[in-house]
Every structure is written in structure tokens, then in C-alpha cells.
Ligand binder design. Structure first.
Ligand code: F6R
Length: 365
């Protein structure tokens, strides 16, 4: 049932504050500002490393997770798409654990990677939506994302719920490894607690502007997304979402890679979507944006209040979100990215919930 929404995808985008709040309550003890013991099943304290494997959007959630595990828990993360991971014959040892992320829990390549790690003696964690799935069954520790059924083929709420779970796990890992203090944990948990409210506020605030902008965007054939830090996986996710439902060619790049190739493509026919909250990387990303502007590129700038005030560049559109803590910015900034892909696809007249050639669950390699 789509309720009063035109598509399941739209409904699922709007459900995010509610489902994330539900997911967080499984992992976070809000009264005590602490991560619950459910996350201890992987015993992060003694790990030498973590291997993460997944496909598509779930892989991109894992890539955000890598930044968090490394930063907050000083835990080295090896991550790859499952179709490569399973055949790379990478050296693994039992002092590493492995984490598999899958909405369906049935993705063939992800399952094969899981079995490869299990055969190498690694403890297996699974971040899944479908709890009765094969991947959940074969894991030692299951971390449900509690997003509820996701019907739209393009993943939206599963992505942000995967992020919420990975953020909780990274905080738990940081506590277990002594790299986060109790005070750090309280602070980070407070940020997570604020997230559902901020996401609802953003959903309401940006929708009309993004719908209008999507009409413009639907006239282009190619789009480039740029971001740094955790906004880099988000740039990849933005490009994936746009291409799979609107069929507009889109690429995501780390902002710093612009001058190593993609800058050759910049002209007025390829809008550049820059995802840049006013974080540690802001100045660097703005200098990449200047390089785009200097070559006549049109910029869609997705930033926060502080970032909007700090940049003087002319843009095709500037989407301004509230300033949020660094930990929650990937979830909050997912909203304009999802809405932009969604409304663009609606203008293109594509089958948003069932894009051509795609299946919700990929059980063959
Ligand atoms: C993109 C999308 C796919 C899936 C991928 C993995 O919007 O939905 O890229 O993320 O096929 O599927 P799961 O998470 O079921 O393993």
C-alpha cells in the first residue's frame, strides 16, 4: 500500500525518520546515552581488522562505514564489492572479522563472500533487512536494520537504516577498543538521537525546491556528483540512484579526483552536483567547485547554512540543509539526493518502482 504517495519509492523516502528511529532504538539506550550490548556479538576489542563486502547501495553504505570504523575505532577496514571480494583470494586471518551488508540477505555474490570468509575462520556479522534470509542464517551475529519491507527497487530507507546500524556498531567498536571515551559515546549517541527529527525537517523543507530543480535536471544527459570524506560514498550513491531510475548517465567521484580526469568533461551540458556540508573538508571541496565554475560548469550545491554563507560561487541551485554533526551528515544528506533522483525520474516518465532491467533481489552472480 502506497498510502497517499505516487510510488513506493516516495513512500519509503518519507518513512525514513520513523524507521530510523525504530532501528536506532534497537541499538541505542537513549536514556543512558549509550550503545546497547546487542552490538557486542562481534567482539570488536581484539580485532586486527574488519573486512566488509556487499553490492550496490549496500556496498556504498559499507564504504561510509569504513570511514567511521577507521576514525572512531581505529579499526582497519578492507572493503570491496562482493563480486570482486569473492574471487580476489585476499589473505584473511581469524583475528579479523567480516561484515556483510544486504537488504534482501539473498544476494549471491555477498553470500559467496560470506562463505569465503567463514572458510577462512573469520567471525561473520550480517547487517540485513530480511531477518529470515540466507545471509542472516549463515552469520554468527545478525544486526537487523529494521527498515520494514522495501518495495521500490531503488534502495532508500534500507540505505539510511544500514548507515544508522553501522554508525552504532562503529561507536560500540570505539568503546570496546578504548578509542572513544564514555563522554565521546554520549556525544555521538546524542547526535544519532537528533537524527530522525532533523530528517523530517529536511524532508519537508527541501521538497518543493528539489522538485522544481528536477525538472531542469531531467533535460541533461550526463551528471557528475562530487564529495569528500563520507560525502564521497554519498556522491557515488547519488549517481547510482539517478542512473538506475531516471536512466540519465551519472558518475560519482571523490572531489579530489576531479583534476585527474573528469574535469575534461566539464562544460555547460554536464551539471556537477557537489555534496559539501561545512565539515573538515569544506574548503578543499569549494576549491574543486571553483575549478568547475571556471570551466563554465553548472553547479548544484548541496550544503548547510554555514557552507552556503561561506561560498560566493554562482550556482544553478543551492540546496541548504541545517548544520548537523559530522556523524549524521551522510543520513541527512541522503534525503536531497534521493528526492532529486526520484523527482527527476518522475519528470522523465520512467517506471520509478520497477526500473528496466533491474530486480530487487539478485540471487544469481
Ligand atoms: C540500488 C540497489 C542495489 C542493491 C544491491 C544489493 O538502489 O538497490 O544496488 O543495493 O543489489 O542488494 P542487497 O542489499 O539486497 O544485497
Amino acid at each position: 500500500d502506497k498510502g497517499n504517495h505516487r510510488h513506493f519509492m516516495e513512500k519509503e523516502i518519507y518513512e525514513q525518520p520513523e524507521v530510523i528511529s525504530h532501528a536506532l532504538s534497537h541499538y541505542i539506550d537513549f536514556a543512558n546515552h549509550a550503545v546497547k550490548p546487542v552490538v557486542d556479538d562481534l567482539d570488536f576489542s581484539k580485532l586486527r581488522g574488519l573486512a566488509i563486502s556487499a553490492c550496490g547501495t549496500a556496498y556504498l553504505a559499507g564504504l561510509v562505514g569504513k570511514y567511521w570504523f577507521e576514525r572512531y575505532a581505529r579499526l582497519p577496514v578492507e572493503i570491496d564489492v562482493a563480486s570482486e571480494f569473492r574471487y580476489r583470494e585476499m589473505p584473511l586471518s581469524p583475528d579479523q572479522a567480516a561484515l556483510f551488508i544486504s537488504q534482501s540477505g539473498e544476494t549471491a555474490d555477498t553470500l559467496a563472500s560470506l562463505r569465503y570468509c567463514r572458510d577462512n575462520g573469520l567471525k561473520i556479522g550480517a547487517v540485513v533487512n530480511v531477518k529470515e534470509s540466507t545471509i542472516a542464517r549463515e552469520a554468527d551475529a545478525v544486526f537487523p536494520i529494521l527498515a520494514g519491507p522495501e518495495i521500490g527497487v531503488a534502495s532508500t530507507k534500507a540505505f539510511t537504516c544500514q548507515l544508522a546500524v553501522l554508525a552504532s556498531l562503529a561507536i560500540a567498536a570505539g568503546r570496546a577498543r578504548g578509542t572513544l571515551t564514555e563522554a565521546d559515546e554520549r556525544q555521538l549517541v546524542r547526535h544519532l538521537a537528533e537524527m530522525p527529527r532533523i530528517m523530517s525537517q529536511v524532508l519537508n523543507a527541501v521538497q518543493p525546491q528539489i522538485e522544481a530543480l528536477s525538472r531542469e535536471l531531467s533535460k541533461f544527459k550526463d551528471v557528475l556528483y562530487l564529495g569528500r570524506g563520507t560525502s564521497y560514498p554519498l556522491a557515488l550513491e547519488g549517481a547510482l540512484k539517478l542512473k538506475e531510475i531516471s536512466y540519465i548517465h551519472a558518475e560519482g567521484y571523490a572531489a579530489g579526483e576531479l583534476k585527474h580526469g573528469p574535469i575534461a568533461l566539464i562544460d555547460e551540458n554536464m551539471p556537477v552536483i557537489v555534496i559539501a556540508p561545512h565539515d573538515r573538508f569544506f574548503e578543499k571541496t569549494v576549491s574543486n567547485m571553483q575549478e568547475v565554475a571556471a570551466r563554465g560548469g553548472r553547479i548544484i550545491f548541496i550544503t548547510d547554512d554555514k557552507g552556503a554563507a561561506a561560498s560566493k560561487l554562482e550556482t544553478m541551485a543551492t540546496i541548504v540543509l541545517p548544520e548537523v554533526a559530522e556523524l549524521i551528515s551522510p543520513m541527512v544528506f541522503s534525503i536531497p539526493i534521493q528526492l532529486l533522483a526520484y523527482h527527476t525520474a518522475v519528470f522523465m516518465g520512467t517506471d520509478v518502482d520497477q526500473p528496466r532491467n533491474l530486480a530487487k533481489s539478485v540471487t544469481v552472480e
